[in-house]
Write a protein that binds this ligand. Sequence first.
Ligand code: SF4
Ligand code: SF4
Length: 88
Amino acid sequence: MARMINQERCIQCGACLPACPNQGIEEVDGRYRIDSNLCTECFGFYADSNCVAVCPADAVEFAPNGVTEEDELASLAAQLRPDAFPRD
Ligand code: SF4
Ligand code: SF4
């Protein structure tokens, strides 16, 4: 399941921005958001969601949309990062 940032909890520290292997987090006018189409739950890079690990405010939650199954996450990861997940 993709992740999302709870705007009420986020303290706009920016720690999550460089933590995403898919560059799926952006900052616009001081607000941070996750593009659910780019979130693979860090499949293949980290055992757990890296944005969750680095967030000091416990502001990253599961999103109600986005891919959910392991094989879907793997497929999206390969699509987004062919450099890291080359196909045969
Ligand atoms: S869970 Fe991983 S892939 Fe998804 S937004 Fe957070 S750092 Fe990026
Ligand atoms: S690390 Fe957490 S508190 Fe900091 S900008 Fe990201 S979501 Fe907000």
